[in-house]
Design a protein around this ligand. Structure first.
Ligand code: SAH
Length: 349
């Protein structure tokens, strides 16, 4: 099997280059071509000899994503990308433009096996994990497309990053490496549905990245209705893992809370939520649920959402309502890919 050269850190790349009988300094040049200039073929590496390029073509694979479709919002500049992988699978990523910079939301897996009830990404299960190179190239390709620097990255697209943990760690290392695209750890957020052992392991790495937990409920009972992962990790255990993350890293944790009309948006929910996260240095991000056609969930009225926010604030909790971006293009996570795959099926039938 060929080496996935874009997934190697500089040390591994140096060792690889040496096995090809080359001097170690070549590794740094190649690394720059891959991660700074972001070329799509070895031939474009103009300071590398023809013989080495030949060897690279024989021994290594240069993972690059192809753009299958781009949807551009006319309202706020949001872009949704559908990327093709070399094995024919497709994934989606999103560019969001803010005053403070460009933020990219990437996928970490093809599909997902977590089964959250309101989420479109998980409806067809998990296909496979993404390699570090495939996670990185989503950011590289979007940066090239807009010709601007990407300053923030959120791992909040399709997939459960903690279910692809080794690749996630390598991705983080490459993304934040000063020899590469050099995105600051503080500008990276990883979102999880709550895989407790991996959250603790990440805490112990003592990185400066932001951990976001998809909480979505104020009690174990309600969380179970929405998220099957709650069968495995009880709600207090998950919140305690967040406390542990804060203790180890000093980083404020984000709780994502998708408001589902009549399910988790009541006064009792506010009360229970305050008790649950009391004393934790955190920030709550309310997301009115984005309805998907396969499920009956609806988002609460704007008034209910605002009242929920105000009540949390009265209890001293930092809270924001997620601004809806790209309302005029395919909504919730996983919907663009899902629609595309539906069309493929029709074409083949
Ligand atoms: N698996 C990770 C990251 C991917 S989902 C996680 O669970 O955190 C990114 C966020 O979007 C999660 O908080 C997820 O619960 C939420 N989400 C998924 N589908 C949604 C929908 N239809 N409406 C609102 N939020 C949704």
């Amino acid at each position: 099997m060929k080496v996935d050269i874009k997934s190697l850190d500089l040390k591994e790349l140096t060792a690889f280059v040496e096995t090809l009988g080359e001097k170690p300094f070549r590794a740094k040049q190649i690394y720059q071509w891959l991660h700074v200039k972001q070329v799509a073929s070895f031939e474009e590496m103009t300071n590398i000899s023809k013989t080495l390029i030949e060897k690279l073509n024989e021994e290594a694979e240069l993972v690059t994503l192809s753009v299958v479709e781009v949807q551009k919002s006319q309202i706020d500049g949001t872009r949704k990308y559908l990327f093709g992988l070399s094995d024919g699978n497709v994934i989606e990523s999103v560019l969001m433009r803010y005053k403070h910079g460009n933020s990219v939301c990437i996928s970490s897996q093809v599909g997902c096996r977590m089964g959250c009830r309101f989420c479109a990404s998980t409806l067809d299960g998990l296909v496979r994990n993404l390699k570090p190179s495939e996670m990185l190239d989503q950011i590289y390709k979007i940066g090239q497309d807009i010709g601007e620097r990407i300053s923030n990255v959120v791992v909040m697209g399709t997939g459960e990053p903690m279910d692809n943990f080794e690749n996630l760690l390598k991705f983080i290392e490459l993304l934040t490496d000063e020899n590469g695209i050099n995105i600051s750890q503080r500008n990276l957020t990883v979102s999880t549905c709550g895989i407790v052992p991996r959250m603790k392991e990440l805490a112990e790495k003592n990185l400066q990245i932001t951990l976001a937990l998809s909480l979505h409920a104020s009690t174990q009972e309600k969380r179970l209705q929405l998220m099957p992962v709650a069968n495995k990790y009880e709600i207090h255990e998950v919140v305690n893992a967040c406390r542990y993350y804060f203790e180890k890293t000093g980083r404020r944790v984000t709780f994502e809370y998708s408001l589902v009309g009549g399910v988790n948006d009541t006064d009792t929910d506010v009360k229970n939520l305050c008790t649950l996260i009391k004393g934790l240095n955190c920030h709550v991000n309310l997301i009115p649920v984005n309805p998907i056609k396969e499920r009956e969930f609806v988002s609460p009225d704007t008034g209910v959402t605002l009242a929920f926010k105000n009540k949390l604030e009265k209890n001293g909790i930092n809270v924001t309502i997620r601004r809806e971006m790209g309302r005029d293009i395919d909504g919730a996570c996983g919907q663009l890919r899902k629609r595309y795959m539906g069309q493929q099926k029709e074409r083949l039938a």
